[in-house]
Design a protein around this ligand. Structure first.
Ligand code: PBG
Length: 338
């Protein structure tokens, strides 16, 4: 055998990478990244009514919950060690319009959900989705005029919507709309209305992605015309994501988010290296559905694929991960610690 840099002339390797892998205890000690319950933000879909637990066909094992059950779910997640939830509401068609009227209803489903959950589980961090799509008769994230999604008028509604969520007790508002300048306007509105401690989780780099389909099933919020490409980002771009994240940091975002997750881990890394606020990543509905579907067919191991996906998000530099796997991941992590 010819000696190489890693070989004694006798042929033994100088360094053996496998030595650090021989036992679980060595592997555990030397892991560069770890998952824990406090890494996750668990999304929750809330619907009107009582005792409602509706399956979502493209998201097996995930449900839309009425408020009573949502409160229980929040309490049990908190008990389990989950530190944050992100609320989405399903709005009946009759309450949808082009102005986001229902989004501003102080007694609307979102506002009531925040109040009830914060009352029952004050220690849980409650985050709210801020965008018009669940409330929009067009299924778009903003106000539509002459077939266009208008920016500044939308931002005005989003700022008022954020204040209404803050008034209900939200810990963070999470604008997912991708309008320009909304973080600054929301920050100003929160300050002006006496909510200096309400945080903003900005969806800074949200791509026009094919991975949101199951979520739109969950809320029946698919766009009625066109697509979202005039506001959500082009999957081809990464510098643009850095620019968006820096703008949002400058406008007062407390966290910036990249979305989706797995197909955009290079973006997570680039953003992590460019801002100083915590970086979140959204492991979205389509990523969840892919693993579920393949596992149902027996094509891959659901638990292994899920934990690996979540760990990959951390390895890429995410501080927190919004994921439909939160509960399952925390249960598995607990078991593995026993
Ligand atoms: C809409 C919104 C979407 C998601 C979160 N907020 C969908 C969209 O932009 O159409 C997707 C989340 C997921 O797929 O898990 N404001």
């Amino acid at each position: 055998m010819t000696p190489t840099e890693n070989h004694f002339p006798s042929g033994f390797p100088l360094s053996r990478g496998r030595r650090n892998r021989y036992q679980q205890s060595r592997r555990t000690m030397l892991a560069e990244h770890r998952l824990s319950a406090s890494d996750f933000i668990a999304p929750m879909f809330i619907t009107e009514g009582a005792e409602v637990k509706e399956p979502i066909s493209s998201m097996p094992d995930y449900h839309r919950l009425s408020l009573d059950l949502a409160v229980h779910q929040a309490a049990s997640w908190h008990e389990l060690g989950i530190t944050a939830i992100l609320l989405f509401v399903m709005v009946p068609d009759a309450k949808k319009d082009n102005e986001g009227t229902e989004a501003l209803n102080e007694n609307g489903l979102m506002q009531m959900a925040v109040k009830r959950i914060k009352e029952a589980v004050p220690g849980l961090t409650v985050m709210t989705d801020v965008a018009l799509d669940p409330y929009s008769s067009y299924g778009h994230d903003g106000v539509v005029r002459d077939g266009r999604i208008v920016n500044d008028e939308t931002v005005d509604v989003l700022a008022r919507m954020s204040v209404s969520h803050a008034r209900a007790g939200a810990d963070y508002v999470a604008p997912s709309d991708m309008m320009d300048g909304r973080i600054g306007e929301i920050r100003l509105a929160l300050e002006a209305n006496g909510f200096p401690d309400t945080g903003i989780l900005a969806y800074s780099a949200k791509y026009a992605s094919g991975f949101y389909g199951p979520f739109r099933d969950a809320l029946e919020s698919a766009p009625g015309f066109g697509d979202k490409k005039t506001y959500q980002m082009d999957p081809a771009n990464v510098r643009e994501a850095v620019r968006e994240a820096r703008m949002d940091e400058g406008e007062g975002a407390d966290m910036v988010m990249v979305k989706p997750g797995l197909p955009y881990l290079d973006v997570v890394r680039a953003v992590r290296e460019s801002v100083r606020v915590p970086v979140a990543v959204y492991n979205v509905s389509g990523e969840y559905a892919m693993i579920k579907a393949a596992a149902e067919k027996g094509w891959l191991d659901e638990e292994a694929a899920m934990l690996e996906s979540l760990l990959a998000c951390k390895r890429a530099g995410a501080d927190v991960i919004a994921t439909y796997w939160a509960e399952k991941a925390v249960r598995l992590l607990r078991e593995s610690q026993k």
